[in-house]
Design a protein around this ligand. Structure first.
Ligand SMILES: Nc1ncnc2c1ncn2[C@@H]1O[C@H](COP(=O)(O)OP(=O)(O)O)[C@@H](O)[C@H]1O
Ligand SMILES: [Mg+2]
Length: 365
């Protein structure tokens, strides 16, 4: 699939902007602060309905200073063409506190909007995925699973709701056994579905990573159910739910004491193991890897993410690369460059990165 044109009104620093893109490699250059990342953010919004760097609409709406949330309306529109040649106009209007989705000019639901355009972004903040907060790695798994699967997104949303309710109950301290049972049953059902899907995603990733050099290990809610889960062959069966339920019973007294839920996918961990020296032993990259080795692993991870989504959609998602070339060494670039050929790619950089042949380029001033 490809984005043919992008139009922005009152979006971040773009008052009125339009761009025609090529189906191959598009390069956007310009000095810092000129709006390169903002452009990728707009494309990402068309794909996901949300930003990769803010949850507040207010910051997306153009203001003269760019400092405080604005009260106007921002508008993003993109003409998208699928691999089947079908064209769709996707639009989003953003005001403070509300988002509207448009498909071919008509008001539309998020559920209708979301599956029509897909993109994978690789930005400098991804480079922290191995050493950063575990929530980054969970978010990565959720993005991987949520892309092209509305069902996973719904399950995750429902799980968050149930978790919030259960935590409120636990922190309130006074409740009946039936009340807690009610939330426990849903927590277990939804939670074990998420665990099963995350496990499947990690297995799929590992198949696409060169397992000899790099592999991921998934630790569902680590300190509590890891050991037992290791014995489970079929994660999709009821066994994960059974273990989850059992553990919940075991620790409920402790949960009542501290007032929140102690186990579940909100505490999952993901670790990266790779070769860090000539010993041939794969080690935890967060602990033993050099910065360069960690970055290389992220490049491989992003490539695998893109491939997985392509396989799932049976169509090529658009690749967005936000100023990553300045942060990567020669070796990483060599891995990244061949990926460009598969799909429409939009690259931002201060100046045209070495080795990239642009079929469309714009310089923002
Ligand atoms: N809501 C907004 N309204 C107006 N300008 C904004 C808004 N949000 C960010 N900006 C401006 O966008 C610029 C940063 O854009 P960005 O895309 O991050 O730059 P870069 O080209 O370095 O990637 C800054 O100059 C900032 O002031
Ligand atoms: Mg930028």
């Amino acid at each position: 699939m490809m984005l043919q044109t992008l139009r922005l009104k009152n979006f971040r620093n773009f008052k009125n902007f339009s761009l025609s893109l090529s189906g191959k490699v598009n390069v956007i250059t310009g000095p810092n602060g000129v709006g390169k990342t903002n452009l990728l953010e707009a494309i990402f919004l068309l794909a996901k309905g949300k930003s990769f760097r803010t949850t507040s609409n207010g910051y997306l709406i153009g203001v003269p200073s760019g400092n405080s949330p604005s009260t106007g309306i921002a508008f993003i529109e993109g003409l998208v063409r699928g691999d089947n040649e079908l064209e769709t106009t996707l639009g989003m209007s953003l005001s403070n506190g509300s988002k509207k989705y448009l498909v071919n000019g008509k008001d539309s639901s998020y559920q209708d909007f979301r599956p029509r355009f897909h993109a994978v972004i690789f930005s400098p903040r991804d480079l922290d995925i191995i050493i950063g907060d575990p929530s980054l790695r969970r978010a990565f798994l959720d993005e991987l699973n949520g892309d092209g699967s509305g069902e996973y997104v719904n399950i995750s949303t429902d799980y968050r709701h149930v978790l919030r309710q259960r935590n409120q109950l636990l922190s309130r301290g006074k409740f009946s056994a039936a009340e807690l049972d009610y939330w426990d049953a849903q927590l277990v059902d939804l939670g074990s579905a998420i665990i099963a899907e995350r496990k499947r995603a990690v297995d799929n990733l590992n198949q696409r990573l060169d397992a000899g050099h790099l592999f991921l290990e998934y630790f569902p809610s680590p300190r509590i159910i890891k050991e037992e889960l290791e014995q489970v062959d079929d994660w999709t069966g009821g066994k994960v739910g059974e273990l989850f339920r059992h553990k919940l019973k075991e620790i409920v007294e402790r949960e009542k004491e501290i007032g929140f839920t102690l186990i579940g996918p909100q505490r999952d961990e993901l670790k990266f193991f790779g070769l860090v020296d000539s010993s041939g032993v794969k080690r935890d990259l967060a602990v033993f890897g050099s910065r360069g080795q960690q970055r290389m692993a992220v490049v491989h991870l992003k490539r695998a993410q893109l491939e997985l989504l392509r396989a799932k959609l049976e169509e090529c998602p658009v690749l967005l690369l936000d100023d990553v070339f300045s942060e990567l060494d020669e070796h990483c670039r060599e891995i990244l460059l061949p990926i460009f050929d598969y799909q429409q790619t939009v690259v931002t950089a201060v100046s045209l990165p070495k080795g990239i042949e642009a079929s469309m380029s714009v310089e923002l001033k």
